[in-house]
Design a protein around this ligand. Sequence first.
Ligand SMILES: CC(C)(COP(=O)(O)OP(=O)(O)OC[C@H]1O[C@@H](n2cnc3c(N)ncnc32)[C@H](O)[C@@H]1OP(=O)(O)O)[C@@H](O)C(=O)NCCC(=O)NCCS
Length: 171
Amino acid sequence: MSDVRVRAAVEADLPAVKAIYDVQVAGRIATFDLEPPPLSYWSARLASEARGDHLLVAVDGTLSGSDDVLGYAYSSSYRPRPAYDRTREVSVYLADGARGRGLGRALYDDLLARLADDDVHTVLAVVALPNPASEALHRACGFERVGVLPEVGHKLGRRIDTALYARVLAG
Ligand SMILES: CC(C)(COP(=O)(O)OP(=O)(O)OC[C@H]1O[C@@H](n2cnc3c(N)ncnc32)[C@H](O)[C@@H]1OP(=O)(O)O)[C@@H](O)C(=O)NCCC(=O)NCCS
C-alpha cells in the first residue's frame, strides 16, 4: 500500500530531487536550464534561511523501507532587489510515473500554506508553453494567468513562450 506524504526536504533527498530535475533539463521544455546543475545547487536551496524559501518533497515511505522521492516543490526569491522580498516564485516537478494523482496539488497546498505563514504576499510561477498539466495545476491552486512572454526561450530547436501565473495570498 502506498504511504505518500509531503514534508520538508533533507540532504539525503537531494540526489533524487536532482535526478527528477535532470530528466527535464535534458529533454523537456519545462525548464530553460540546458545543463544539469550540480548537487551543490540543490544544497544551496535547502540551506537558504530566507523567509519564504522552502524545498518540499513528496515521498512514498513504503517502497523500499526508506523514503522514495516522487517529486518536489520549492519557493525562492523572484528578484533580488529588497522591495520584492514578500514575493516568491514557486515551481514543482514530479517523476514521470508520479503524475496525475494529486501529488502536484499536495505539494503546492503545503507550500502555499507555508508561504502564507511567512507573510508572503504574492506568489508567481513561470510556465513554459505548452504545458497543460502545469497550467491546470496552477489554476486549480488559485493562480491567475497574467500574461505571456513571447518566444523568450530557445531549447530543443524551438522558440518557447512562457506564461506568468500569479496568486495574491494576502487580502
Ligand atoms: C505539472 C505537474 C507538477 C502537475 O502535477 P500532477 O500531480 O500531475 O497534477 P495533479 O494530479 O495534482 O492535478 C492538479 C490539477 O491539474 C489537472 N491536470 C493534471 N494533469 C493534467 C493534464 N495533463 N492535462 C490537463 N489537466 C491536468 C488535474 O485534473 C487537477 O485539476 P483539478 O484539481 O481541477 O481536478 C506534473 O505534471 C509534472 O511534474 N510535470 C513535469 C514538470 C513540469 O512541467 N513542472 C511544472 C513546471 S512550471
